[in-house]
Ligand binder design. Structure first.
Ligand SMILES: *Cc1c(COP(=O)(O)O)cnc(C)c1O
Length: 385
């Protein structure tokens, strides 16, 4: 089974480009908001770093999600797309002063703080403006995730967050500062997680922590468990939606929220990955000594995940119904890692055929670069084509 694309509309567009299926995006957003609404106190944010295309951001804002930002540029993009500052959170290990000031000037909901030096700088900058910044501490729960080593974030060895054993002293340090107010705890264990057991392990860790805090008479208004829910890269047509029900049910069953506490989520990939496709055209078929190469006009400058993480993306020849042949699908960039797939079966490919590189809506367009002086790929939505 192949995806359906308005291929006749593609002729007017320069390839490669991203095609965003807005109907699927809206279906995904509806599934998220309706599943989350079944649980009291659940609040969902969108991790802007997955895809900050303005048209995509606007659709997500319209569905009522908040924005999880990791840079000043993302805060600006979110405000431009209409997200209210009261729904913007700002995370990241290395926030610059101008970025913190931008967050303070807009009175964003919360800064997710990752170290004591950062806490002190936020306090100082807030004091200069005569305001009090709401902060959450990002704790490193030392919980592994069954995903690629480059995208685990919650292990003690990772650069993210504050070590659990330092939690108490950090909270006490914050209490002594007059221009920050601790409102939450924040966690994020990694990305492309499909095993609900990983999220259960995080819940267990947070439950222990809450018991500990209770003994210290410290109360916390909200818990933020980050994102990380994975998608089915193998079967984008059969499984276009992640299992949001299982995801939210896991937290609902396992995490013991205190009365009045809210539980915040920051989903990125699960929101936007399946609705995006990188459309590329075939330049040449080259018969190598031992295999056939399908050389396309997209490269890792357009979609870097295969080169960066050996990530799998399903590829379809949407111009041909001819019998299958086996190809290495490669780009034009002068690097040996510029390969989208090795030994993959495609309907026989000819020069000019459109290939659809699927599940590319997350960490695709946003990670594009201009290496080799290549133009950045454009993103088009199904609404506008
Ligand atoms: C990247 C990131 C997310 C989103 O991760 P996904 O795997 O795309 O859901 C959420 N929270 C934080 C802090 C992040 O850095």
């Amino acid at each position: 089974m192949k995806g359906t694309f308005p291929i006749e509309k593609f002729a007017q567009l320069r390839t490669p480009f991203y095609y965003y299926d807005m109907e699927l995006l809206r279906r995904t957003l509806h599934a998220i908001t309706s599943e989350a609404a079944r649980h009291e106190g659940f609040v969902v944010h969108y991790a802007v770093k997955a895809n900050a295309n303005p048209k995509v951001l606007r659709a997500i804002r319209q569905a009522g999600l908040g924005a999880d930002c990791v840079s000043g540029g993302e805060i600006e993009a979110s405000i431009k797309a209409g997200f209210p500052p009261s729904k913007i959170v700002f995370a990241g290990v290395g926030k610059s002063d101008w970025e913190i000031n931008l967050g303070l000037d807009n009175d964003i909901f919360c800064f997710n703080v990752e170290s004591v030096p950062e806490l002190e700088v936020i306090n100082q900058l807030a004091a200069e403006k005569g305001v009090v910044a709401r902060v959450a501490f990002r704790l490193n729960p030392n919980v592994g995730a069954h995903t690629h080593a480059n995208i685990t974030t919650g292990l003690a060895e990772n650069k993210f967050g504050i070590a659990m054993r330092d939690m108490e002293s950090v909270i006490q340090r914050a209490a002594a500062l007059s221009n920050v107010r601790v409102v939450g705890l924040h966690f994020h264990i990694g990305s492309q997680i499909l095993d609900m057991g990983d999220f259960q392990a995080l819940c267990n860790r947070i439950n222990d922590l809450q018991n500990q805090l209770e003994r210290l008479h410290i109360s916390i208004e909200h818990i933020n468990v980050g994102g990380g829910l994975g998608i089915d890269y193998q079967h984008p047509n059969r499984v276009p939606l992640p299992d949001f029900k299982a995801y939210f049910d896991t937290y609902s069953r396992r995490l013991k929220l205190r009365p009045g506490q809210t539980l915040h989520f920051e989903l990125g990939r699960a929101v936007v990955a399946q609705m995006g496709t990188l459309i590329t055209r075939t330049l040449y078929i080259k018969e190598g000594a031992v295999k056939k190469f399908c050389i396309v006009d997209a490269g890792f400058t357009d979609l870097i995940r295969p080169a960066l993480y050996q990530a799998y993306h399903k590829i379809e020849n949407i111009s041909s119904e001819e019998p299958y042949d086996t190809y290495d699908v490669v780009g034009p960039i002068c690097e040996s890692t510029d390969v989208f797939a090795k030994q993959t079966d495609l309907n026989r490919v000819h020069r000019g055929d459109y290939l659809a590189i699927r599940s590319a809506g997350a960490y695709g367009e946003i990670m594009a670069s201009q290496y080799n002086c290549r133009p950045l790929p454009q993103g088009y939505t199904s609404d506008e084509l």
